[in-house]
Every structure is written in C-alpha cells, then in structure tokens.
Design a protein. Structure first.
Lengths: 245, 287
C-alpha cells in the first residue's frame, strides 16, 4: 500500500486524452465518461452558485455538456495554463454568462442528451444536507468535484466488495469513514468489533484493506480525469496528501 | 449514488495518507497535527490501555527509516520533565516509521502565555530553554522550535515536542539551508520564540528594552554574535525577570538607576523611613 509504486493504478490512456482521439467512437466514449464525472458538480454549481431553479439547472447542465461536445470546447484544453477541472469551471462560467439561454432553448428543442442523470436525487441531497458556503468559486467547485469523485469511488468499492466477498470490510469502512456520526459520539474499533462480532485486530485489518482499495479506486478515477501525469500527481497530492510515482 | 457529506469528505481525504496500523497494538484515531517529519495522530495503546500520540513519518527510504529509528532511540534516552517521553518505535507494513509517545494534554505555549504577566511568561520560556539545553548537552538538537511545538500542560508543566523536524520559516536562522541544524540554530529559534511571547509587553514596561536586546542577541544574523548556548540565553532571561543587569543590554544611567531602585526598593524604603524618623526625632528633640 501507499508508498510503493505498485499501489497505484497502472497507467492507461486518460479520458481527457481520449477527447483528442482520432476515432469518433473512442472520442464520444471518453467524452461521455468524462461528463459523467462532472454532472453532479456542474449541476450543483448551476443550482447554487448561479441560483437557478431545478428545472432551469437541469436544462442548462444538459445544454452545457451538449454544447461543449458539439463545439469541442474541452479539446482546446492546455494543461500548461490550468488544471482540467479549473478549465471546465471556467468554460461553465463563460457558458452561463453568454450562451445559456439560447443553448437551453436549443436543448429543449432536441439537443443531445448524454446520460440519464437522477437530478431529483441531487436536489434531495441539496435539501437534506448543509454545505459549506465558500465564497471562492474555484474552491467551491473543487469541493463538489471531490464529492462526486468520492461518491463514485464508494459505489465502486461497494460493488467490488460484494463481488469479492469483502462485504464486512465495506460495512466497516462505511460505518467508520463514510457515515456521519451524531455530535460527540466517537466510533471506536472496539465498538465496531462488538457490533460485528469480530476481534478488534480483524476490524483493524478489514478496515485497512477497505481503505487501501478505496484509495486505489480514487487514484484510478483521478487518473482518468487528469490530462497529464504531472496533473495527476498534483491532484493526488492535493486530494490525498500522497505522491504517487 | 452515495451522498458524501462535507465531514465525510474530510475523513476520506485524511485516510488517503492514513497509516496502516493493522497487526500492531495501536488503534489510530484522529490526526492531531502535522509535524516536521510527518503527521501526528491520537491513538489507543490496546496493550497498556492508554492514549498515546503517534508520529508517522513521511514516506522514507530504508536508510531514512533506520536513521529515524536511531533518532527515536536517542530521544527515548532523554529523560527530562520538559521532553515528551518516547514509548515505542516501529515500522508499518507500508514501510513508514512510527514513534509512539506520551499524549500531551494542554495548550500551545503562545496560547497559554497570552494571559500571563511578563515575569510568568519568562518563567515558562526559561523551562523551554532548560529542556532544550538538556538535550543539547546530550548532542540532540531540536531543529524546529516554534510555538506549536511547545505545549503547556497542567500545573504549568512545559513540554517540547516534535524533535528532529525541519525548521519552520520565521524561526529559521539566515545561515540555515533547510537541512543543517545545530545548537546555534536552536538558540536563534528560541530568540524568535521569545520575541513572539513578549511582543505584547507594554512599551512602558521596564522589561521591554532589555528583552529586545536579548532577542536581538539570540537572533543575531551571525551565529558568532548569538548566545553560545540555550543555557546562556536562559540565564540572561532570568536576570531580566529578577531585575538584574542583562548581559545583552547596554543600560543608560537612568535605566540602571531605576532598575536598582526597583531591585532594592525594600531596603531603600527602610532607609528612607529611618531617615524620616531621624529627622522627626531631631526636630522634636530640638524644641
């Protein structure tokens, strides 16, 4: 785990690089996968930072992704100028400031729907959970981007644990690291051991396994949405405090 | 899709670099802070059923790891009330070295000192110097003395923590390149620490100018111009607190007179009272 290079995902073509592929099918697939990572932060950003109604935000989010695909906005990305997520947010702000109304109308008239998204679930989350009100749009967008990344990683970890017989590891991970606790309540390994009927050392080992797997999945996803190896390393350092080689 | 709260995001980000303590006697809790060489966590020692602080170093090569273990052994040999005792040292499955030590319950030196009058602040500082001086006498330098590395526990007990780290900007002497540390560098950092502790001393206070001279000498750009040791610095600080002449400070005649008047105010008051009585007595006897 951790420090060894073997702990990190094997290099494979990033989705951002796939955007520039000469093969239209590969390019579309890369685009769709990338858009899937950004649906949530973009929608929440439009809803809360631009104060749009749920209906307008849904239209604008879909219109944004359709627009950037049709006009190949993301292919113009220059990794020397900014990180990719910053570039996406800048494109989004520009889109919302200039093109939003016409693009939204066009979308309603039959634009490209890239993926089916559960917007109702997003709005239920927004209504249910308090969130930080960071005045810096970059940090704010980053927070939402991380939230989407981690949510995806947790879902993948759940599926991986179910398929590989590590359900207990996932339950412990979810209880200790994901679920919020009541104020003042401290979850301990001993408490988890009592709940699950395991020895404390087994709780420690299972939790360590789940954390290693979670970290590997996050790095895998992160590599997908970074344009260069340097950007991947910088994002990994900022996000997890580690320096993958 | 799972909803990840802000608090969960913070926890999950922290576990990205979380040490793997599986197979050890420790149950690791929340991160307490970042030290010079790594993160410090609160942990539970299941064998001895007590809370400890565990410092986990950054990723290290095998050579670095052996050096860190040697440092931990050296620190474990420093038995002084102002130096946090080391309980254990070991290596995690991922190769990182950890050091388990006493969990200090208290507050940072600057926070603890903020509500104290100048003489009490100087006494706390004296205890810091005493611990550092003790380590210097055993060829151990701290390398990163700053307010967050000095804790004040119950009964005013002072603990110097995080030995062996890299120096923090602002407390780093000009000659230091970031790797070389020594007694003189620690004296410089102590001077910077003293400047922090006494920054809010009333300008009209008689301590003000001598303290500035002490700080100036401790933080002299040329190491040769500094106090030769933490003990020499502490001795000058004690002179200041006791109203004696500070070696680093060139007094004016007025300052010396006022200092002596403060230092000997009781005998001076007795002599004046005696003289007053004599005058009254002579005047009465002359009638």
């Amino acid at each position: 785990m951790g420090g060894g290079s073997g702990a990190f995902p094997a290099t494979r073509p990033s989705l951002v690089r796939g955007l520039a592929s000469a093969d239209p099918a590969a390019r579309a697939a890369a685009y769709e996968a990338l858009a899937r990572s950004y649906w949530r932060p973009v929608y929440v950003y439009v809803r809360l930072r631009w104060r749009k109604s749920p209906e307008d935000a849904q239209d604008l989010t879909q219109a944004f992704f359709a627009r950037v695909f049709e006009h190949a906005y993301l292919e113009a990305y220059d990794s020397a100028k900014a990180r990719f997520r910053t570039f996406v947010r800048t494109c989004l702000d520009r889109f919302l400031a200039n093109d939003a109304q016409s693009a939204a109308r066009q979308k309603r008239g039959g634009g490209v729907a890239i993926a089916s998204v559960d917007f109702a679930r997003f709005d239920a989350d927004l209504a249910e959970h308090a969130r930080s009100d960071d005045p810096d749009p970059e940090r704010w967008f980053y927070r939402e981007w991380v939230r989407a990344l981690f949510a995806d990683a947790i879902d993948r970890l759940r599926a991986r644990c179910a398929a590989s017989g590590h359900r207990t590891a996932f339950t412990l991970f979810e209880t200790y690291d994901v679920n919020d606790r009541e104020a003042g309540v401290r979850t301990t390994y001993a408490g988890l051991a009592r709940q699950t009927g395991l020895a404390v050392t087994d709780v420690t080992n299972e939790l360590a396994w789940a954390r290693r797997a979670f970290r590997a999945i996050v790095l895998d996803l992160l590599r997908d949405v970074c344009a260069t190896d340097d950007e991947f390393r910088a994002e990994a350092h900022d996000l997890l405090g580690i320096d993958p080689s | 899709m799972t909803y990840v709260s802000d608090a969960a995001i913070d926890r999950l980000r922290a576990i990205g670099d979380a040490p793997d303590f599986s197979g050890t006697r420790y149950e690791v809790g929340e991160a307490l802070g970042r030290g010079g060489m790594g993160l410090v966590y609160r942990a539970r020692d299941r064998e001895l059923d007590r809370d400890v602080a565990i410092k986990v170093t950054m990723w290290a090569t095998a050579t670095d790891a052996e050096r860190l273990r040697a440092e931990a052994r050296t620190l474990a040999a420093l038995e002084h009330p102002g130096i946090v005792p080391v309980h254990d040292v070991g290596r995690l499955p991922d190769g990182r070295v950890f050091t388990a030590m006493m969990l200090v319950r208290g507050e940072r030196l600057d926070v603890a000192a903020s509500s104290l009058p100048p003489p009490d602040r100087l006494r706390l500082f004296d205890r810091v110097c005493d611990a550092v001086s003790f380590a210097h006498a055993r060829s151990v330098v701290h390398g990163d003395l700053k307010p967050s590395n000095v804790m004040v526990g119950s009964f005013g007990r002072v603990f110097v923590v995080d030995w062996g780290g890299g120096t923090t900007e602002g407390y780093m002497p000009p000659e230091q390149t970031g790797e070389s540390t020594g007694i003189s560098a620690d004296v410089y950092a102590l001077g910077a620490l003293l400047a922090d502790l006494t920054a809010t001393v009333d300008p009209a206070s008689p301590f003000r100018r001598p303290l500035r001279s002490i700080v100036a000498r401790a933080t002299a750009p040329d190491p040769a111009g500094r106090y030769a040791s933490a003990a020499a610095l502490a001795a000058d600080v004690r002179r200041c607190a006791d109203g004696m002449r500070v070696l680093a400070h060139r007094e004016t005649t007025i300052e010396r007179t006022l200092r002596l008047a403060r230092a000997y105010r009781t005998p001076i008051a007795l002599i004046l009272a005696y003289l007053a009585l004599r005058i009254v007595f002579i005047a009465w006897g002359g009638r």
